[in-house]
Design a protein around this ligand. Structure first.
Ligand code: CTP
Ligand code: MN
Ligand code: MN
Length: 500
């Protein structure tokens, strides 16, 4: 890391190629090529410092390339600087000195590049490297979401938004291969603590095929993808997207309606031969409310309501927030809770009692209760993505504005003072609690990859009920999520790092 001071060599730079960069000043230090980072420094100060350094015989490049030897920044936040550098697609980054402005001012004062000392270095804090690995090693990104840490901060939204449109469009066409490929690619990019600034930066990333890279290249060059734009303006895509936004309407039903020439909600409601089921009727009835995002404050208010109901019935019941809000999301499409009774077998009546109580309070707008079909003797299930067998209910609750800190997330001009919110409750037996919590915390992609990892890497079967070791032919008990990660030989990933 430490570098001997460079011996000055006097020579007039002759080639005009560098002229745009280095103009007429005498170059004294051929082996040192500086780049000053504009962020935090600002344009005018950067320009001033550039001139100053050049007048003292330093080479200062305006563009960051692999030729640069010393990167100088005034950004005191190492993580954001490194995030940016990692996204620049430099091959030579591990060899570059990434330095604090103090190295620059010391060098200007000395009139020569001073030796780099540890106090000058801006250390890369992300990603954390395993102990003992060389300081320049780049941590590899796993192909499994359960071996990546993905927070809600997405540095690559311009790409992942495009991938999600493509994935959805392939899903509407029942083309599973490319659909999954784009979902996996989006998930990998979401896990990066830096933004991809050029295609070279994606070289070592898993799950990015030619098609995904072509889309990324277009976005990098033109800021948009023609394929994505053509999907977004496609009538079939728009209609299927609209229809599936209704609670109770899946891609199959949406497709059926589209084929019959229906294009809008009024087309559907005016069509006498269409029999909406109870869920779909509710979907249309409460469309405005349940297509509107639920805020964290609303989720908290609902938590209080459910908590009151649960503990009025069974004082020692366990209630936990799960789903997207447990992962730290600011908004969700619903609020998910898991509830169980300490006494095995009591959990089912608990759910029915909660429903009764909510009804009694006059806040139950819709309830779809599904009794438990859980049978331990039918495990392990070989069906990937299979629904679980726990007692559960899908609800719409009436939430009063007065119960929400900062008020409801409603449209301007909505003066009802309340809104409907989708709430999911699942109620596993207490000995299945850890597995149910892990399964219902999501994200969907994280869960898919947990199961894929278990199957492909460990010869184990994981679902919302249990973990089965096929080699040992036994079920593995767990009381916490940490136990499950440990059984799988995985580092524990916190809920807020599961936003894959
Ligand atoms: N889930 C499940 N079985 C169901 C319904 C949901 O295992 N019958 C799981 C999903 O796999 C997901 C989690 O429960 O991991 C939460 O589902 P959902 O509410 O649909 O998604 P969120 O991640 O909470 O996203 P949002 O904020 O949009 O609600
Ligand atoms: Mn949810
Ligand atoms: Mn849900």
């Amino acid at each position: 890391m430490f570098q001997a001071p460079v011996v000055p060599r006097l020579r007039k730079r002759s080639r005009a190629v560098e002229a745009g960069i280095q103009r007429h000043e005498e170059v004294k230090f051929e082996d040192v090529r500086l780049y000053l980072v504009e962020k935090k420094m600002g344009r005018s100060r950067r320009s001033f410092l550039t001139q100053l350094a050049r007048s003292k015989g330093f080479i200062v490049d305006d563009i960051l390339s692999d030729k640069v030897t010393h990167v100088v920044s005034e950004d005191s936040q190492a993580s954001s600087l490194w995030a940016w550098l990692n996204g620049c697609g430099l091959k030579n980054l591990p060899m570059m000195q990434v330095l604090d402005i103090s190295w620059f001012t010391d060098s200007m004062g000395a009139g020569r590049p001073v030796a780099v000392e540890s106090r000058h270095l801006i250390q890369d804090t992300l990603p954390t490297l395993p102990e003992g690995s060389p300081p320049t090693a780049v941590a590899t990104v796993s192909q499994y979401a359960c071996q990546r840490r993905t927070t809600i901060e997405n540095n690559n939204k311009i790409f992942t938004d495009a991938f999600e449109v493509l994935a959805e469009s392939y899903e509407f066409n029942e083309n599973e291969g490319p659909c999954l490929a784009f979902r996996r690619a989006a998930s990998v990019l979401k896990s990066l603590p830096w933004a991809v600034e050029c295609l070279g930066a994606t070289e070592d990333l898993p799950c990015l095929g030619d098609h995904t890279k072509a889309v990324m290249e277009e976005i990098l060059l033109y800021g948009r993808s023609l394929q994505v734009e053509s999907i977004l303006s496609n009538e079939r895509y728009q209609t299927l997207k609209l229809f599936t936004s209704v609670f109770g309407v899946g891609p199959k039903t949406a497709e059926k309606w589209y084929r019959r020439g229906l294009r809008s909600f009024s087309d559907i409601l005016a069509e006498p031969s269409i029999q909406l089921n109870r869920m779909q009727q509710t979907g249309f009835l409460h469309y405005g409310d349940i297509s509107r995002a639920v805020s964290k404050a609303e989720a908290r208010a609902l938590g209080n309501i459910i908590d009151e109901a649960v503990h009025a019935i069974t004082p020692d019941a366990i209630l936990a927030l799960t789903g997207g809000f447990r992962r730290g999301k600011e908004f969700g499409h619903d609020v998910d809770f898991i509830v169980t009774a300490l006494e095995l077998g009591k959990e089912e009546s608990l759910l029915l009692d909660i429903i009764d109580r909510l009804k009694h309070h006059g806040i139950l707008l819709y309830c779809d209760y599904q009794a438990s079909t859980f049978d331990i003797s039918k495990l392990p299930s070989h069906r990937f993505e299979a629904m679980d067998h726990f007692a559960k209910c899908f609800l719409i609750l009436r939430l009063e504005g007065s119960q929400v800190d900062g008020g409801l997330n409603i449209a301007e001009g909505d003066s009802r003072g309340w809104r409907g919110v989708r709430v999911d409750l699942v109620s596993p037996p207490v000995d299945r609690y850890a597995y149910a919590l892990l399964g219902w915390t999501g994200s969907r992609q994280f869960e898919r990859d947990l199961r894929r990892f278990a199957r492909s890497e460990k010869r184990m079967l994981l679902d919302n009920h249990a973990l089965y070791d096929k080699r040992k032919k036994e079920f593995l008990a767990a009381t916490t999520e940490k136990d499950i990660f440990a059984h799988l030989g995985l580092e524990y990933i916190e809920p807020w790092q599961r936003n894959a």
